[in-house]
Design a protein around this ligand. Structure first.
Ligand code: FAD
Length: 375
């Protein structure tokens, strides 16, 4: 699609990504109605080399400052299928955390796993029965408790999970990351947790890790590293890119519908499509700006966080605008399965739910009122 190719300098074959997006969109109705993990789509990503594309020396090498291109890729995958975008974003996030906090030996091991096709993910969210990690023998860590919203579920064979780390004396050492070799363990899976209208294919079940024993070499970084800034807040631009992909698919579905039903000459429909196109482009410009700030070695960490906070808020607003305009344009027909919009609105409506939106917007105001006058 030349639209975004013109916007980003993407150092890999854009045509290939376009073909993948088109294939995911083609499969999406079937994938949605069948439910479950999007096996075909994830195999296609694996086959296209995209599970390894951010590793050292690869086209989107995380150290080489390719954030705008990565955001473009995430948007296009989200456009094809939002659940696939969600799962893939978790994979990229985990590799990003590994590149920041793993020892060289751990990096070698986990990067080789990614090259071999292991799927990674980041499972941080939990309920009252969250995870603890206790040293129960020399070099042995025993897990207790559950994670909720585990996107990809047990198909993610290398999930990065977080939990409270306790030392051998039972002292709370803080919030710790660990990478669990899930091909070697069988956590209890609660599928009933994910009884949702949208994003069913992200299979974001609740998993109970109680009793699983890890080596201390499976621990990643130290306590507190997971929430270290600016990466923690700054990373929100990645899920925003996936969300905007869903909005792009909704614009496309609206166009298709109006063309098929001969409703393109109506001034209201034209106006709404115009508004949707502007909202989509605005979101893309926010992402491009955020990608550039993230990659700027001279950018102050507070600016990276502030920009990410503004970007995720703006993109969520643009997505909501596009959703509402599409609802008006399509009317009831769009809500009836198998109309693509019926699926897309359920998925995007759910995926727009991300942590602490009010606090993030408040932080934007706080930044301007108390810290920086003009940014
Ligand atoms: C499809 C999908 C996949 C996901 N996959 C993963 C995954 O793989 N790994 C993972 O770790 N997580 C995952 N999550 C969880 C996600 O990161 C969020 O934690 C989750 O979506 C919370 O959204 P929420 O709207 O309930 O947020 P909340 O933060 O609970 O916000 C809901 C509302 O409450 C307000 N609010 C928040 N805090 C307070 C407060 N203290 N007092 C008063 N009001 C408050 C907010 O501003 C908002 O208005 C996934 C979520 C979705 C939807």
């Amino acid at each position: 699609m030349t639209r975004t190719a013109a916007v980003h300098n993407v150092p890999f074959d854009l045509g290939r990504i376009d073909r993948l997006t088109a294939r995911f969109a083609e499969w999406a109705a079937d994938t949605f109605s069948t439910g479950g993990f999007p096996q075909r789509e994830m195999s296609a990503l694996r086959k296209a080399g995209l599970l390894a594309v951010t590793l050292p020396g690869q086209p989107l090498d995380l150290r080489a400052r390719h954030t705008p291109a990565l955001l473009h890729l995430l948007q296009r995958i989200g456009e094809g299928n939002l659940s696939v975008g969600r799962i893939y974003e978790g994979h990229v996030n985990a590799l990003h955390l590994i590149s920041q906090y793993a020892t060289p030996r751990q990096q070698e091991r986990w990067f080789a796993d990614a090259r071999d096709g292991h799927l990674f993910g980041v499972w941080n969210t939990q309920m009252h029965d969250g995870v603890s990690m206790r040293m129960t023998a020399p070099q042995t860590v025993t897990l207790n408790g559950s994670k909720s919203f585990c996107s990809g579920s047990v198909h993610v064979t290398r999930p990065l999970i977080t939990g409270v780390r306790y030392d051998a004396d039972g002292n709370d050492r803080g919030w710790q990351m660990a990478v669990v070799p899930l091909d070697k363990h069988r956590p209890a899976v609660d599928e009933s947790f994910w009884d949702t209208a949208g994003m069913r294919n992200s299979v974001s079940f609740k998993l109970d890790f109680t009793g699983i024993q890890l080596s201390d070499d499976d621990l990643l970084g130290g306590p507190g590293d997971y929430s270290r800034q600016p990466s923690f807040s700054g990373g929100a631009i990645r899920f925003a890119a996936v969300q905007l992909g869903g909005a792009a698919a909704i614009l496309q579905a609206t166009r298709d519908h109006l063309q098929k039903t001969g409703r393109t000459d109506n001034a209201h429909q034209r106006t709404r499509v115009g508004q949707m196109a502007i909202a989509l482009r605005s979101g893309e410009l926010w992402l491009r700006h955020a990608g550039q700030i993230t990659d700027d070695p001279a950018a102050d960490p507070s600016l990276i966080i502030h920009t990410a906070n503004m970007t995720r808020t703006a993109v969520a607003d643009q997505c909501s605008t596009i959703l509402q305009l599409a609802e008006k344009s399509l009317g009831a027909a769009g809500f009836l399965h198998p109309h693509p919009f019926a699926r897309l609105r359920a998925d995007l409506g759910m995926y727009l739910r991300q942590p602490a939106p009010d606090a993030v917007l408040e932080a934007v105001g706080q930044h301007l009122l108390h810290d920086h006058a003009t940014e």
